[in-house]
Design a protein around this ligand. Structure first.
Ligand code: SF4
Length: 693
């Protein structure tokens, strides 16, 4: 399927959506799944099957807009660069901010970080991945010295004897993932799911722990307490491969099972059964998703699950381990190449002098000229248009009007800007507010690399011609850089950018220097770290690292660090005025803010509007019938939705999907102190039936 031997062009590509990055062929508007990509091995979900409709959507924008009016690219870029220069001259470089996305290719994520620091010289850059898995990243960086979502091939899940999945609904978010759980169960393996709802995934489980929202940390401490008390701690492993177990053991002694039952609502017998399943399995895995991670204590919650995994002796053993099930398409790669406020390419820390010197040399700038760390995503959005905050924002691959916490407030901040520039291929809710809209090409119309949830670097090939008028994000950045006086540093060709990314990442934690487009094409992906081996060519190319922790963890002494953590209530607990827990998540038919999937007819037919899931007991108490319009309120706002009454949710909890404007008007932006993750997954709310309207 290659044209003229060019590896970047051809029908074999990958889905535009989630972190599974299912392999697919796209030809003449038809999609067929690829068998050669292990993550999906011939499967797709309905989002993937219908993704080609995005390419020909009548809602595509193909002409730049300036204050809502069509203009030429020259006019749009000249205006934008002129305003950026003027705002910077008046208020300083940090008056211009950049916001990226976890769906951007590695090349774009890299170029965006470089553009902010080199072309704009601003420290004010972050991205929506901060809202995705940043707390899990912080926890595993602390424990293992390296953050790679699944530090093992996804097919290892099928070889495990038990899996505990905390706060992930993969049967809806990424259905082909289920085949790996099914493979595990068909060999006699057992699945345990922690979720406040009886989700499609929980229905597959042998054991479902229906914890109160915001109590996963207490539950993990309780499971660890039982594991130690019942002799499942792997003392040989703990002595050889970890530090800190004694302090962790002491810290969980107060979390006896009955106390944990009172906090979480999970019966002691179920906790004991979960520990027995994990403890007696030859190979076991503990996985977390957003349900456990999107909390103001998300880092500590994941740390508690990592401590449990380490106590059982799982990480760094083949077929076992801890992993974070990353959500966004390039959630993994997006956090490795420098679009995060505190990071430089190669997953380097921006305040590390050696990292700054290395990256500055690749970029051809003085390390002293590189800005330091900036604000995290919510703090950045919260500061927009304030006297101390940025006056201008360039936004790529994100739709914060729908997806940010306390979204009504964020919308006000966006409206207060002197300049909002949005690059997108549809007029998202955020793009509709912009002074300048720059129409982009999309997934199958351009080439680039994506790093899936396993840390496997994949090649998205260009499989369709873009419509006239649309430009790639890389070309847009190049056009702006040219007008800002540094165009030569910002090429538009993805392969050229990737080759520079390889050099910038060399020697870092996420080392891509040995990965080439040709290798990815020949090997159906390459796992990082994969250093170049020019210094010892006789050894052959580095094979990549499917399981990075088999011999040692990436800490200075090679041991995993166990850190004691303690439970605390949600940042906002229920009370008389707001007596319900509100939680959020996804439905099968839609992806993230819905900017893409809500524009696909067949997906909209399946799920066309926002709803709220209510337990029958609660519905009866509030006089709500199925299909009624209800109003859900929190301290931050109110949203209307259609009531769905079913017993799959806890009676003290209501659930709303986040693909429409609604639930994020209500969510709490309380931040995790370590990762700056907002508390998306629990806040206090009230619900009432809408009357009269
Ligand atoms: Fe696969 Fe995710 Fe795309 Fe569905 S949305 S086809 S699970 S990559």
């Amino acid at each position: 399927s290659q044209v003229h031997g060019d590896t970047t062009v051809g029908s074999a590509t990958h889905c535009p959506y989630c972190a599974l990055q299912c392999g697919m062929y796209v030809a003449n508007g038809e999609i067929t799944p690829r068998e050669d990509i292990p993550a999906n091995a011939g499967g797709l979900c309905q989002k993937g099957w219908t993704a080609a409709e995005l390419l020909t959507s009548p809602e595509r924008i193909t002409t730049p807009l300036l204050h809502g009016k069509p203009v030429t690219w020259e006019e749009a870029l000249d205006y934008t660069a002129g305003r950026l220069r003027a705002i910077r001259a008046e208020h300083g470089p940090d008056a211009v901010a950049v916001f990226g996305g976890g769906g951007l290719t590695n090349e774009k994520a890299y170029q965006l970080g470089k553009f902010a620091r080199v072309a704009l010289r601003t420290s004010q850059i972050d991205y929506n991945g901060r809202f995705c898995m940043s707390s899990a990243a912080a926890a595993v960086n602390r424990a293992f010295g390296m953050d790679r979502g699944l530090p093992f091939p996804i097919t290892d899940i099928g070889r495990a004897d038990a899996v505990l999945l905390a706060g992930g609904n993969v049967a809806e978010t990424m259905p082909p993932f289920v085949r790996h759980l099914t493979a595990m169960r068909s060999r006699g393996g057992r699945l345990v799911v922690i979720d406040p709802r009886l989700t499609q995934t929980a229905r597959l489980a042998d054991l479902h722990l229906q914890a109160t929202p915001g109590t996963d940390l207490a539950l993990a401490l309780g499971l660890l307490h039982i594991a130690v008390a019942e002799g499942h701690a792997d003392l040989g492993y703990l002595a050889a491969r970890t530090t800190g177990f004694e302090a962790v053991r002491a810290s969980v002694s107060a979390w006896w099972p009955e106390r944990v039952e009172r906090v979480t609502g999970v019966p002691v017998a179920q906790m004991r059964e979960a520990v027995r399943i994990l403890g007696e399995a030859g190979r076991a895995m503990i996985l977390t998703g957003r349900g456990a991670e999107q909390h103001a204590k998300g880092t500590d919650t994941v740390t508690a699950f990592v401590n449990l995994a380490l106590t059982l002796g799982l990480p760094g053993r083949e077929g076992s381990g801890y992993g974070c099930v990353t959500g966004q398409g390039n959630g993994q790669g997006g956090r490795e190449h420098g679009q995060k406020a505190d990071q430089l390419p190669g997953y380097r820390k921006i305040d590390d002098p050696a990292a700054r010197a290395h990256v500055a040399a690749v970029w051809g700038v003085d390390p002293a000229d590189l800005p330091g760390p900036g604000r995290s995503a919510y703090e950045l959005l919260d500061a927009l248009g304030t006297p101390e905050g940025p006056r201008a924002l360039l936004l790529f691959g994100s739709n914060p009007v729908v997806s940010a916490p306390r979204a009504g407030h964020v919308t006000e901040r966006l409206a207060a800007l002197d300049l909002l520039v949005v690059a997108d291929f549809v007029l998202s809710e955020t793009a509709a507010m912009a002074d300048v809209v720059l129409p982009t090409t999309q997934w199958a119309e351009e080439s680039g690399t994506m790093t899936n949830l396993e840390g496997r670097v994949l090649l998205r090939r260009q499989a369709a011609a873009p419509p006239p008028g649309a430009r790639s994000d890389l070309r847009i950045l190049g056009g702006l850089a040219e007008r800002l006086g540094c165009g030569e540093k910002f090429p538009a060709d993805p392969r050229t950018v990737f080759d520079e990314l390889r050099r910038a990442s060399a020697g870092g934690i996420a080392d891509y220097s040995g990965i080439t487009y040709e290798r990815i094409a020949a090997e159906t992906g390459v796992f990082w770290p994969c250093p170049a081996t020019e210094t010892a060519p006789e050894a052959g190319p580095h094979p990549g690292t499917p399981r990075p922790f088999l011999d040692r963890f990436a800490t200075p002494d090679g041991r995993a660090r166990m850190v004691p953590v303690d439970h605390r209530p949600p940042a906002e607990d229920v009370d008389e005025e707001f007596p319900l827990y509100l939680t959020s998540g996804r439905v099968l038919a839609h992806y993230q803010s819905g900017a893409q999937t809500r524009r696909i007819r067949s997906l909209n037919q399946v799920a066309s509007e926002v709803f709220v899931e209510v337990h029958p007991d609660l519905a009866e108490r509030l006089n709500v019938a199925p299909g009624d319009r209800v109003r859900v309120r929190s301290r931050r706002g109110a949203a209307e939705a259609v009531a769905r009454v079913n017993a799959s949710i806890r009676p003290d909890t209501v659930f709303m999907p986040f693909h429409w404007e609604g639930v994020n008007l209500l969510t709490n932006p309380a931040l995790d102190p370590m990762s700056r993750m907002p508390e998306f997954k629990v806040c206090a709310a009230a619900l009432e039936r809408c009357t009269g309207e």
